[in-house]
Design a protein around this ligand. Structure first.
Ligand code: NA7
Length: 572
């Protein structure tokens, strides 16, 4: 990106500048708009979609469901909202979460501050009047003092660079851009590329109706039955009663949910008790299997025990030995890629109409008009589904042409990995804030709470600036380097860097291999943010930055963090 995508003439700029411009209408963006308004700021929200919901607006594929329990995956800021909304299932489906987001938008009349169908393509900071000018694909320009990107960590689709993708003559679908009208797959020959959370949720649903389903798997991942169920009416009363304590524990937790590991340490108990603990977690269902014991994400011995347990489960369920072998994850620790949660995924491979193609043994060669060609076979398809994930954490931001007052371009600043102070600010980009992005614990935490924590902190900062008549705030380069190192060191202390995950950018070819989310925990992160505030916003330049002192303030251009681990990139 060498030239600005588009600049705005004065005539194009829509009315006057607002105080706060929020990009995105997912959970973080909606809450930012609400809180900006409640703090008395004028606010404008811009959203690429036609409605609210963020990831839940786009990911409408059959089987889409949140892998965090519904009673946790919701806002906590308003007890009336919490009391008035009833979740019908333990793990909510995409339609129900979208209804919840729409309910929140209605309840607080959020849409009046949003403009939808506005994809932001560029943002440039004007140092003379300390305002951002934000441009949309539709050619609109808006000005704002404070620019808040709530563009989501899993929002920029990853289109695989497989040769011939555009040649496919059938219906090409992507889980993260699923059509809004029903897609009838009955009696069709369907191929699915990708076996992460999206593929694992989709595949059993497709298998039920398709004439033939071919699953193209590059990496087998750990998957645990989600054991979803409807809530009984009497249960909901109990949930309501326990909510305050549940939320209190969640806010004090490492991941924004109230769950804890087994009450005894792995080393203190015998083999029978270890197996019983793994079994109990497995029967609880969902991602928590990855945290059965304290230290499971750090200690290779505990992780290996979890791996052996999961392997037994696969072999018990999948009848064909070669298929079972192919479905066994190898080469990455349990939980180092987010554990998938499924409803009958492994059982699907016992069906006569389902075939698994292990791309490690039979690599994909190209996509043709008729289907997918692998080294050993041609697979004729009517429908090809890409469940290939996201350019996670940074993709939504680096695809926007963001320019600071001293010529910094965000995509360049992050070319070797994201550099942030607390995941919130980037040196070189005054008055720009990122929510639930790299450097924050959001990708590893319960997102609604992670968003609330960051927005609350940010609005306090902005209110403080208003009170003191301060026009600019910018992350200090030294603070950002220190925080980015801390993010890196926290990851290195765990087994996470041993997997080619989206946390590391390893799923996207050409992306720097840097661990992006902060793995040190939700509560420790919130405490660190509060320390920064209590220290007078020590990690920030608070006050106007002039061109003359800018170089001095920004310090030397950042050195990219070293890759977490070397080795070849995963290839198809
Ligand atoms: P994920 O978890 O990134 O999964 C994407 C899948 O697509 C994964 O199996 C990838 O294999 C596969 N993939 C990606 N590119 C290719 C190519 N070129 N060829 C073959 N296979 C490919 O995304 P999801 O949408 O499933 O889930 C994202 C998050 O949403 C999830 O972690 C939860 O937090 C919710 P790979 O493993 O990279 O070898």
């Amino acid at each position: 990106m060498s030239t600005p995508a588009r600049t705005c003439d004065d005539g194009q700029v829509a009315s006057g500048a607002v105080d706060v411009l929020v990009v995105g209408a997912g959970f973080a963006g909606m809450y930012a708009v609400l809180q900006a308004r409640r703090h008395g700021f004028s606010v404008l929200g811009l959203e690429a979609a036609s409605g609210v919901g963020g990831v839940w607006y786009w990911n409408r594929y059959p089987g889409a469901r949140c892998d965090v329990e519904s009673i946790d995956y919701s806002y906590s800021f308003d007890e009336d909202l919490q009391r008035d909304w009833t979740w019908s299932e333990r793990y909510a489906t995409q339609p129900e979460i979208l209804r919840y987001a729409e309910h929140v938008a209605d309840r607080y009349d959020l849409r009046r501050d949003y403009r939808f169908d506005r994809r932001v393509t560029a943002a440039a900071f004007d140092g003379t009047d300390a305002n951002w000018t934000v441009t949309t694909e539709t050619g609109e320009c808006h000005r704002a003092r404070w620019l808040v990107f709530a563009t989501g960590s899993l929002s920029a689709p990853n289109r695989p660079d497989v040769p011939g993708l555009d040649d496919f003559g059938g219906l090409l679908l992507q889980t993260s851009r699923w059509p809004h009208t029903e897609v009838d797959l009955t009696g069709r020959r369907v191929g699915v590329i990708g076996t992460g959370s999206s593929g694992v949720q989709l595949i059993p649903r497709v298998a039920e109706v398709a004439a033939r389903l071919t699953v193209f798997q590059r990496t087998a991942n750990y998957t645990v039955p989600v054991l979803n169920r409807q809530f009984a009416p009497h249960e909901w009363n109990e949930i309501q009663r326990a909510y305050p304590e549940r939320r209190r524990r969640s806010w004090a937790s490492l991941a924004g949910t109230p769950h804890v590991a087994y009450h005894k340490q792995y080393a203190e108990i015998d083999e029978a008790e270890r197996l019983a603990a793994f079994e109990a977690r497995w029967r609880e269902g969902g991602v928590l299997f990855g945290k059965t014991f304290d230290g499971q994400a750090v200690d290779p011995e505990i992780n290996e025990a979890a791996r052996r347990f999961a392997e037994r489960k696969v072999r018990e369920i999948v009848r064909d030995p070669q298929t079972a072998e192919d479905l066994l994850p190898s080469g990455h620790p349990v939980g180092a890629k987010r554990i998938c949660t499924d409803s009958g995924y492994l059982e699907t491979f016992n069906r006569g109409n389902v075939e698994l193609v292990n791309l490690r043994r039979d690599p994909m060669v190209r996509i043709t008009e008729r289907g997918v060609e692998t080294a050993r076979a041609s697979h004729d398809l009517d429908v090809l589904v890409l469940a290939t994930g996201f350019d996670a954490m940074t993709g939504a931001l680096t695809r926007i042409d963001v320019r600071g007052p001293r010529g910094d371009v965000l995509a360049h600043t992050w070319a070797h990995g994201p550099l942030t102070h607390l995941g919130l600010g980037v040196p070189g980009f005054p008055n720009l804030f990122v929510l639930t992005g790299p450097g924050s614990p959001a990708g590893l935490s319960n997102l609604p709470l992670a968003a609330e924590q960051q927005v609350n902190w940010l609005m306090e900062l902005l209110a403080n600036c208003r009170q003191r008549g301060i026009r600019t705030v910018e992350a200090r380069a030294d603070a950002a380097q220190a925080w980015t190192r801390r993010v890196d060191e926290a990851a290195r202390a765990t087994l996470f860097p041993r997997a080619d995950s989206w946390y590391l950018g390893a799923n996207v070819s050409g992306k720097p291999r840097v661990f992006m989310p902060y793995i040190g925990g939700f509560k420790p992160y919130a405490d660190r943010c509060d320390d920064d505030r209590d220290g007078g916003y020590a990690g920030w330049h608070v006050g106007d930055v002039t061109t003359a002192d800018a170089e001095d303030l920004a310090g030397p251009r950042s050195e990219p963090p070293a890759p977490v681990r070397g080795g070849p990139r995963t290839a198809t």
